[in-house]
Each structure stands twice: as structure tokens, then as C-alpha cells.
Design a protein around this ligand. Structure first.
Ligand SMILES: [Fe+2]
Ligand SMILES: [Fe+2]
Length: 336
């Protein structure tokens, strides 16, 4: 894996231990055992979540008709990197039907709190693309034609999790919700636009509660079968992929996002993986069988490798920035 794609996660390891991952537990039994906890966490979620309305966040007074005043590339006020990050974040949210299908397949198939959670979660997620699209279109910060074509492309390609099992699915959504929360929050901050920042803070608060649900259900699963959780988490970390990877041109766009520090491997390692691993107390868990002990050791090695890759990327990026700054100084010196 090169420094250029080191922000997208560890996928691309030379050897994939994931191919050897085989769940060693009964998925239906696991879901049934965790159902009372899912119900408790759903009820807690409903008391913590706040109702909000996308229209309250949009500066509609800035809106103009596109037939009278078509979009032109000079209209956006956000810089190119912020526009790219918004574009990627919105198209990621747009693919909700695919995520719903996957999450429903993994958790929602029995008439239980699980299914109620899946539907509630989907309804909340739906607001995110609504508010992001309204903001970007009203403020003309993206080309609405490119945006619509991008939406068609990602939705036509869809997103699949390759039949993840229950526990690996739980690990996936826990990491994913946290990754989305951090990515939205950092995009808002980077934008320098208070309107955008407020929107992204609002969405991030939702993503945080989603993460907390999945994190806590995974913590409960640790009590049921710690060995199975360790193996699932390891497999997920070693093969983690951002859902935006299905977008045309994702690689180029994610390099820009990493160069700006909005989402890079350091963020992934420090702000996504470790906070969840610490909360799960995965490296302190006792009662693992021999196979899970070995998986945990290998996970420790993978994390150290990721840490080193993150550092390498940061060093190279700092050098690139220095070179650019020096180049800029030379240019302004010559032109003066
Ligand atoms: Fe979302
Ligand atoms: Fe979410």
C-alpha cells in the first residue's frame, strides 16, 4: 500500500488474513441473545436523540433559479478540497438504500427490537443527504449536474458488504459510523463556512449516537462470546473500506481529503480504531480460546503497522507541504 492511498484504510495489505476468517458462532443465537440489549439501547437512543429539520439549516435567501441563472464554476465559495469532501460525503450518504439492505440483512430479519432499530436508523440517516444536498445546491457550492450524475453512478453500482456475518457487521457499522462522524465534523471545520459547519456538527451528532448504539451492542457481545468478537473485529479492521470507495474517481478525491488532513490514516488509526478498541477493552479481555488469542496478537501487529504507515504518510505530506511553500516563496520572490 502506498502513502497515497494510506488514508482510505488498511485495505490493500499484502497478505489478507481476512480470507481465512470464518465465523465460529451461531449468528441467529447471537442476535437472539443480544436482543434484550438491542431493545434497551434502542430505547436509550430514542431518549437521547433530538428531532431536527433540514430546512432550518439552509440559507434559502441565497437561492436563485437555475433556469435564469445557470451554475458556473466561479460560483462556489468553498475551496476545491472542501467541495470534494462535501461531494464525497453526500454521495456516501446517498447510497443509503444499499446500506439499509445490508443492515437489514445482518440484523433486521426477525420481528424484534433489531428490526425497529434498523428502520429508525434508516429514517434518521435519510436526513443527512437531504440537508447536504439542499445546502450544496442552494449555495451553488457544487455543480448540480455533476452531483446528480455522481448520485446516479454510486446508486447504480450500489454497495455490498460481501455477506458479512452478524459480529463482523456490528464491527463494520461501529467503525463506519465513527468514521462518518469524524469525516463530517472535519469537513465542516475545514470548510470555514459557519453554515456548513453547523450542518456538519448536526449530522455528526446523529452519527455519534449511531456509533454508540453499535459500540455498546458489540460490547455486550464481548460478554457473550469474546473470542468471536475479537476475530470479527480483527477481520474488519484488516479489511476496512470506506463505503465511498464505489465512487468513480474516489481514489483521486480521497487523496485530496487526506492531503488536507480531513480523513487520513492517522485519523483512521487514532480517532476511529483505537477509541473503539479501548472502549471494547479488546486487548484486556480474558477467556479467549487459543485461536482468538492468536488473532488478537496478529491484530496488535496490524495496528502497529498501520501506525507506522500513518507516520510515514504524515512525514511525506509535511515534506510536500514544505516543498510547496518553498516553491510559492520562490514564485512570489521572482514576481516581486
Ligand atoms: Fe449519515
Ligand atoms: Fe449514521
Amino acid at each position: 500500500m502506498s502513502a497515497d492511498d494510506s488514508h482510505t484504510g488498511p485495505r490493500g495489505h499484502e497478505e489478507s488474513s481476512v480470507s481465512t476468517y470464518v465465523p465460529r458462532y451461531d449468528q441467529n443465537q447471537m442476535l437472539a441473545e443480544l436482543e434484550p440489549e438491542a431493545e434497551r439501547l434502542l430505547n436509550r437512543h430514542l431518549t437521547m436523540t433530538q428531532e431536527w429539520f433540514p430546512h432550518d439549516y439552509i440559507p434559502y435567501s441565497e437561492g436563485r433559479d437555475f433556469d435564469k441563472d445557470p451554475w458556473t464554476p466561479d460560483q462556489p465559495r468553498l475551496d476545491g478540497v472542501a467541495r470534494t469532501a462535501f461531494f464525497v460525503n453526500l454521495l456516501t450518504e446517498d447510497n443509503l438504500p444499499s446500506y439499509h439492505r445490508e443492515v437489514y440483512r445482518m440484523f433486521g430479519q426477525t420481528d424484534s427490537a433489531w428490526r425497529n432499530w434498523v428502520h429508525r436508523w434508516t429514517a434518521e440517516e435519510g436526513r443527512h443527504s437531504i440537508v447536504l444536498r439542499d445546502y450544496l445546491v442552494v449555495t451553488r457550492n457544487v455543480d448540480p449536474v455533476a452531483l446528480e450524475r455522481g448520485r446516479m453512478q454510486v446508486m447504480e453500482d450500489g454497495y455490498e458488504t460481501d455477506n458479512k456475518d452478524t459480529l463482523r457487521g456490528m464491527a463494520y457499522v461501529a467503525f463506519q459510523e465513527l468514521a462518518t462522524r469524524i469525516s463530517h465534523r472535519n469537513t465542516g471545520r475545514y470548510s470555514g463556512d459557519p453554515v456548513a459547519d453547523r450542518i456538519m456538527a448536526r449530522i455528526s451528532a446523529d452519527e455519534n449516537l449511531h456509533m454508540v448504539f453499535y459500540r455498546d451492542i458489540l460490547t455486550a457481545a464481548m460478554q457473550v462470546n469474546p473470542s468471536a468478537v475479537v476475530e470479527a473485529v480483527k477481520a474488519e479492521i484488516e479489511d476496512f473500506e470506506m463505503p465511498g470507495a464505489v465512487m468513480d474517481d474516489f481514489r483521486r478525491m480521497s487523496v485530496q481529503i487526506a492531503e488536507a488532513g480531513i480523513y487520513d490514516l492517522r485519523v483512521h488509526h487514532d480517532d476511529i480504531l483505537w477509541p473503539l478498541l479501548r472502549h471494547l477493552r479488546l486487548f484486556d479481555a480474558t477467556g479467549l480460546d487459543a485461536q482468538a488469542e492468536q488473532a488478537r496478537e496478529e491484530l496488535g501487529a496490524s495496528l502497529s503497522k498501520l501506525d507506522a504507515m500513518a507516520t510515514r504518510f504524515e512525514e511525506k505530506r509535511a515534506a510536500r507541504r514544505e516543498r510547496r511553500a518553498a516553491g510559492g516563496a520562490v514564485t512570489s520572490g521572482t514576481s516581486a
